[in-house]
Design a protein around this ligand. Sequence first.
Ligand code: FES
Length: 189
Amino acid sequence: MNLSEETILKIDALIPKYPEKRSAALMIIHLIQDELGAIDLEACEWIADKLELQPINIQELITFYPMLREKPWGKKHIRVCRTLPCALRGSYATCQALEKKLGVKEGHVRDDGEYSIEFMECLADCGEGPVVMVDEETYENVDSGKAEELADLLKSGKLEKSKKFVSYENALVQDTSLEVASKPKPSKK
Ligand code: FES
């Protein structure tokens, strides 16, 4: 398994913090998934060996938790919320519009590995649905029409700079910098 030395050092430092080695399993899985994009069989065996467990003990965690993966998602991973508040505001149509524009069905990775879509439970922004996440950026009120525009911007590499689609996370950063800029500077004595 091609794991960086930095991640291996983090894992080695993490294990002694738990009263039992096996309790470190989820944290180790997350560290490896962050780096490799997924936990394949080789990674399962490696973790099991580290924690003196059987590979099946690791595999059962990966198949249980929806955020854990045996195969990596696409280079750009799109999540669409399908839980009731977003569904009532049209998230099924949003997901279909994204599938059509990006050429990939939800739950799959496009053949060239560029995009994957996940139609999943609550993304924790229920008042502003339909909610769509592109990697770690959250976009609110994305109806099917907006989803088509968002997909076009994503494909042309212009989404991040778009003024029309400002992610929740970027809006927060912008608000904070405005606040800092508007604070009176301390006077020099
Ligand atoms: S219901 Fe869609 S974000 Fe919670």
